[in-house]
Every structure is written in structure tokens, then in C-alpha cells.
Design a protein around this ligand. Sequence first.
Ligand SMILES: Nc1ncnc2c1ncn2[C@@H]1O[C@H](COP(=O)(O)OP(=O)(O)OP(=O)(O)O)[C@@H](O)[C@H]1O
Length: 613
Amino acid sequence: MKVQRNQKILRILRQNLYQSLSLFQYSRRAVALVWDTSRNLTIILASLTLVAGLLPAASAYAGKLIIDGVVLATQSGMMSDLWRTLGYLGLEAIVVELLAISKQGLSVCQSLLRALLGQKVSVMILEKALSLELIQFEDSELYDKMSQARRGASTRPLSLVRRTFELIQDLLSLMTYSFLLLQFSLWTVVVLLVASIPAFVAETRFAGEAFRLFCWRTPESREQGYLESLIVRESSLKEVKLYQLGSLLLERHRSIFERIYHEDRNLTLSREFWSYLMDMLGSIAFYAIYVWIVVEAIAGRISLGDMTMYVMVFSRGKSTFSGFLSSIGDMYEDNLYLSNLYDFLEQNTATSSGQAVKGLIPGDGLRFESVWFTYPGTSQPALKNVSLHLKPGEKLAIVGENGSGKTTLINLLTRLYVPDKGRVLLDGLDLQEWDREILSQRIGVIFQNFVQYQFTVGENIGVGDANHLNDEPRWRKSAEKGMALSFIEKIPENFHAQLGRLFKRGRELSLGQWQKIALSRAFMRENADILVLDEPTASMDAEAEFHIFKHFHQVTENRMAILISHRFSTVRIANRIAVLEAGELVEQGTHTQLLEIGGRYARLFSLQAEGYN
Ligand SMILES: Nc1ncnc2c1ncn2[C@@H]1O[C@H](COP(=O)(O)OP(=O)(O)OP(=O)(O)O)[C@@H](O)[C@H]1O
């Protein structure tokens, strides 16, 4: 019965210890990461750590030599003993100075590595984010992992470096202390190790708990971050003030904090309680050995110098040991952070890009073949069995109520998403098989929610083709086609004016002016033979819109154009109009044909016409 119980206790202890140790599996990667960041700094850091770890024991030993020397010199009264003792003193002074230098050096190396490592990890995360498919961002778990990785990017790797080396330093000191203590008794070392195990297990467990809390809370932290941005960002502040939402948002922010704080407080209290208990256990063991040393010295079995050294080694050992434990706890958290970081970095990039640079049937244009698509996490398909054919040079307009699937069609055409069923073909070849770069060069697009970059005017147009980001003549040509040139020329620094308020001397544009910039952006890709315009003129004044559509065929030349608009005056310039309803293509034809059918389009058209009367 007793044997069984002992075996059970041993098993639990083993499991706990194994669990704690297994969580250090990322330490190797951490060291590799530091090594990759800067080999020289890592070598210097490792050498200084070695020196700083070994010197404390050396200084304790020098202390012993000094005391024994003093005792001997007072007894013998010889000058040679006095000089030898003074020599030991000089030795100790050198050791202490070396220790100070190595600590200073360590701090310099850590600061430099910290900066380099923070930057490296941030770039790794951002590069990975760029390689992910848009659809992967709809997975909230992945999004949370990325947020956690980003949140810790500037602090975690930094503390990881510091703590890893502190740990090694403490370990070295403890080993050298143990070596000195071994001369007294093996038992002192055994007690030191055994007394440390419960504290080690408790420390790693609580650190694990803290990290799990940190992971669970990512959605809450994200919500808090969002609420903060609503209050401080200029774009939302206006509405927040007018609707007097400030106190409501602040209250939400506060209630999230209170929930988090409650959990934190409980964890902190139990963590501190247990670590105090474990620390006390260590203290009892330490003091038992302390008593033993004193008794041995009084009995004359060890010298006064030995006693001083052992006592000093013990007291330093005790504080080093506490430092060692807290480093383990913190390092454990850093390692867990790293495990999360690598989880994110090793995420599969969903679809592989094809290699094709031309289609199977050049000049076939664009085809949707029985395309179905449902957004992840939703049950209703956004597109149902859509088939369309757009020949080179043709202009297609897509109309339909809000939520009927127009933008989704564009998302599939631009390969931001992949159809669940059916295919989208360009020149007879599935978009998946096209080389991504070649495909994107063939499509110029203005999204409904285009980005207002806080760059210069020219760059805001230039981003339409990153290969010509700073190509001023091309900015000008594109701006002319997008109807932006006339207002840009009225701005004092015209194409070089900074936009947005984030930077000094940045100017703000009106929504219609921004839209003209976005439209010009779509014209940057001179080789693009597909032009996608999602609500391109929604915010433009009547004159600008009139001019754009008057010259529409001219500026789109022999390109295919897909135009999404709720304005029927705009839509009628297209060769063909497709009507979407709840994800289905219900009608197709020219403006006149669709009016003659007297179906959905005709009804919407007459409704809008009535509205203008
Ligand atoms: N990222 C998304 N995740 C889940 N569902 C989405 C997403 N984007 C759109 N939807 C849903 O898909 C359907 C089609 O949306 P889509 O944006 O294509 O409509 P739309 O015709 O462009 O509308 P609007 O005229 O308002 O721009 C809608 O029911 C919408 O709620």
C-alpha cells in the first residue's frame, strides 16, 4: 500500500518535472534566433556571461584566502605572511573590477541585441503576414496568434536574450559555488538541489498559467485596442464626439480591464503565495546547513576563512538561486511566446501560386464558370453558380442590391479568394495556374474601400504599380485619366505634397479628391488589360463623373473593364450589364435589352429614375 502510494507520488513528481522541462523545447530556437541576429554580439555575450558567472566564486575564494592569511599573519607575525595576504587582497580587487567590467559589457551587448532582435522578429512576422492568403485572415485563431506575436515582438525576444544569459550566468555561479561547497560536504550540494525542485516546478507552472491567460485574452485585448483607436483616431473621433459615445466606449474599455484585472489578481496572489512557501522551504534547508558550518568551525574542523567562505557562498547562493528561479519562470513565459510565434510563422500558406505566364487560349478574355463561393464562418453562399464571359475590350457593368455579391465577384477575379466550386479563367487558364506577378500586372483595380495612404500625392498614385512607384511622368498620365490632374496642379507642391495628418505639413483631401487619386492609381498599370472599378465615382461631383464616363471608352481603350455602380446613369455606358441578386446572376444584356425584358433591372432603373424626378 505504502509502496504504491510512494510510486504514485514519484510518478506525479516526474510528470510535473517532465512537463516543466518539456516547455523549454523552444530554447534551442531562441538561441538560434539570437545567433542569426548577430553572431559577434552573441559570442561576446556568451564570453562575458561565462566570466560574470565564474568570478563571484573566485572572489569568495579570495575572501577566504584573505581571512586565513590575516589569521596566519597575526599568529606568525612574519612580514612574508603580511605581504601574501595583501597580495590576496589585490587579487580580490582585480576580480571585483573584472566582474564590474563584464557586467557593464553584458548590459551594452544586451541593449544592442535587443534592438536588432526586436526588428528581426517584427520583420519575420510582417513577411509572414504578407505571404498569407486573405482568407486566412478570416480565421480568428490565426489572427489572434499574429496579434500575440506582434504584441510581444518588441519586448519578448529582448527579455529572452537577457534571461537566457542570466540563467546561464546564475547556473555557472551555482556550479562554482557547488564546487566550493563540495569541499565541505556532498550533502550541502544535494540539499541545495533537492530543495530547489518544488520551487522550480511551482515557478514554471504559474508561468504557464500566466501565458494561457495571455492567450485567452487576446480577443479582449484586441477589443480594448479597438476601443482606444476609436477614441484617439481622427477619423472616428468626430462621430464619437457628435454622438457622445465617449463615456460609453470608455465604460466598455473599463469593464474589459476589470475582468482581466480580476483574473490577474488571483493569479498574482496564488503565484506569490506559493513562491513564498517554496522560498521558505529553501530558506529552512539553507539555514540548516548554515548551522552545520558554524558548528564545524566552532569545533575547529574548518578554518575561520573556510567558514566565512562557505557562509558567503551560501548567502550568495541563496540570492543567486532566487534569481535563477525567477529567470526560469520568466524564461518559460518567453519560451511560450516563442512557441506561439513559431506556430504563426510555420502556418501553411494556403494556396501555392502557379507558374504560367500566358493562357491556353490567348484572347479568350475572362470567364466565370459555374462559380460558387461562401465566406468562411458563414453558411449562406455569397455567389451561387455564376457564369460570365467577358471578351477583350468589352465593358461589363455589374448591378445589384447591397450584399448581392458584386464585390465578392471582384475578390475572386483578383484572386484574393478562391472559388469553392467552379473556375475563374483568364485566356482559357484557371487563375490558380497563373504566375501571381504576371496576373497582378494584368489587372488594374480601384476598390470600394481603397486605402488612403499617408504618402505624397504622387506615391499615392504610384502604389498602383510598385515597379513604377516614383515614375513621375506616369503619375501625370494616370492622374489625367483619373481626372485628378487639375486639382493636383492647384496644390502648391502638387505631386510632392504630403497627404494625411500623421506627418508634418500633411494635407487632407476631400473624399471625392481621394477617389480621383484612387482612380488614377488604377491607371498606373499601363499593361493591365483588365480594369476593375468598384464604385469609382460614388463621391465625385456630377461634373467629374460626367467627364470620366464621357471619356470612359477612350481611357479604357481596348481593355476589359468591369464596373460596379449603383448609379444607372453610369452603368448604361457599358456594353453589357449583369444583374446579381442574392449571389445569383439573374439577368444579362445591354441597357436597352434589359429595359425591354422588363425584369429586375428595369424595375430598379425606373425606381431610381422616379427618385430623381
Ligand atoms: N469578409 C466577409 N466575410 C463574411 N461574409 C462576407 C464578407 N464580405 C462580404 N460578405 C457577405 O457576402 C455577401 C456579398 O457581399 P458583397 O460585398 O459581395 O456585396 P456587394 O454586392 O458588393 O454589396 P454592396 O453593394 O453593399 O457593396 C453579403 O451577404 C455579405 O454579408
